[in-house]
Design a protein around this ligand. Sequence first.
Ligand code: PLP
Length: 397
Amino acid sequence: MSHISNRQLFLDHVAQTSPAPIGLEIVKARGIYQYDINGKPYIDLISGFSVCNIGHGHPDVVKAVQQQAAEYMHLIVYGEFIENPQVQYARMLADLLPESLNCVYFTNSGAEATEGAMKLAKRATGHSKIIAFNKSYHGSTQGALSIMGDEYFRNAFRPLLPDIYHVDYGSDAAIDLIDDTTACVIMETVQAESGLNAPAKEWIQQIRKKCTDHNVLLVFDEIQAGFGRTGSLWAFGQYEVIPDILLLGKALGGGMPLGAFISSWDLMQTLTSSPVLGHITTFGGHPVSCAAGKAALEVLLDGKFISDVKKKETIIQQQLQHKAIKQLRTAGLWAAVEFGSFEINQKIIHRCIQNGLITDWFLFAPECMRVGPPLIITEDELIKACEIILQSIEEAI
Ligand code: PLP
């Protein structure tokens, strides 16, 4: 039998999402590094798009996974049995959130959390109108796609959900549109895929007020922005506003698949009747994912990682200066490095990968390079990463 490389098998048998996958074959990942089949190390400057906030392969997380897998894995559909990893993690999250966010519905993914939140908002208000934002990303399933803020990605899949209104992030139009017929406003607390857009505090507070005045639910998506990325455990903490529903995912599972939509207990109760089982999921809140997520969150909180984020943000701002960089937007240990075009950005990204640094572009800002390393990155490692970017710019253009 002839030997077929994994690369060929990947191309032939694993469903492709684009004509140009990054295509690295990684065999091991530890801390901020990923290692390919030749043993070459790469600094991970993406963290799996904010999944690996405490880096790769932390022994506490590995141990939690192994122990839970040995106890039990899947038992029954979500919500029927009392599963220790799930209840302990829900309690930990509730303790770390404002009192009104005390009830966690665990899902498989971020997109499923978005779906759950949209359903909850419709069910609780009796309305279907949803206000969402241009250049926002909340997942790729059909409900989440309906509120995605980009016509190119939506258009081929119509008909999608009706009664969705898209407005610009930060615009007065968002506030004007909120009325008594609105189910919810759904927004990323810091918009990610637009190439990082942090909202003005007054604007987000005005949205909160108008939602409260009209009994409209405010949904914050912190699937990428949560878990310390912006310098506080929850990004909304910096804006002094509390959502009615919070979406979490990515780092929530500590490297395992997990999402959640979180609200008050009373609000969440509306999914238990008329119809009963208002949201059903087989694998949501998987015990191994919950055990891993809780262990990862403990590591994140025990280290000084979140309190060091702002200092590391300053390092990025100081280091990443080059005439080819048109703009640098940061939001904690998270940066969008804007170049003149997608083509230039692509060349630099390829060069970075050759130089041992994994980075990528933003979905709705292809001219921007993504900088979002694990929060455990040291200052020296971060400076080294910035030096590789600057060297790659020089080599690529
Ligand atoms: N919301 C945001 C802000 C995201 O960045 C993502 C994923 O990139 C999602 C939702 C969807 O999460 P998932 O890919 O787990 O479905």
